[in-house]
Design a protein around this ligand. Sequence first.
Ligand SMILES: [Zn+2]
Ligand SMILES: [Zn+2]
Length: 276
Amino acid sequence: MGSVLPPDNHVHTQFSWDAPGAASMARSCEQALAVGVGCVAFTDHLDFTDWTDGDRIAEENLDPRRYSAMRLLDVGGYLAAIEDCRERYPDLRILAGAEIGEAHMFGASAAALVATAGFDRVLGSLHAIPFDGRLTAADQLFGVMPAADVMRRYFAEVVRLIEGSDIFQVLAHLDFPRRSWPQAAGPYDETAFEAEYRAVLRALAASGRVLEVNTKSPLLSVELLWWWRDAGGLAVSFGSDAHQPWRVGAKFKLAVDVVEAAGFRAGRDRFDFWRV
Ligand SMILES: [Zn+2]
Ligand SMILES: [Zn+2]
């Protein structure tokens, strides 16, 4: 019984500050094996709540507090849990990783931590953007300005993230605020933001990195993945962004269909990214 699904490169555990009580690394391993995901990367949130010398956020004089519950990852505890799960579930390939938020704002902090942690997968993500003197959670901006303006500000900041940090390998959920797109603004239309998507994809491809297909967000279209190829993108990563065990590998069959329709395939190493 070989696994049929790609690696789930974006899974949260009890070590993420926003994880619900049911989050469990061990149960996530069991779920992966049960649904045919042969490889998981545990990418708990690595969000800095303060800065050190060399972090851009200090130069820009921005308040870093974007979520009140945010706290720094317990890297030691996390790595010990990884080791424990590797022993308990030898049939599962378990990668250590992190999802770093706003890495371009915390470059020195992120570099110091990643240098010692030995991560296999580092995701870069943007959840908050500079607004009104602080890093502001993107979804909070929908109450402040037109919905399309939120997306445009977000995409512009994602380009700054990509160009301002090389610490991550995979860009997570490239259109994150889409998850909170207000109904009153009508159906979300990718083509309305084609120029902005293409700018993000060009920057990502130019730096030789990987685009995530995130199955917690509304699924990217086949056409958008063709924009990725047009931009020179060569690889995609699948990520459920699960914060609870039952979501590991969620909607992966559908995501595989979309990714294959855009011409990406599993490689000889089935635990690698899918490539053109
Ligand atoms: Zn995220
Ligand atoms: Zn995540």
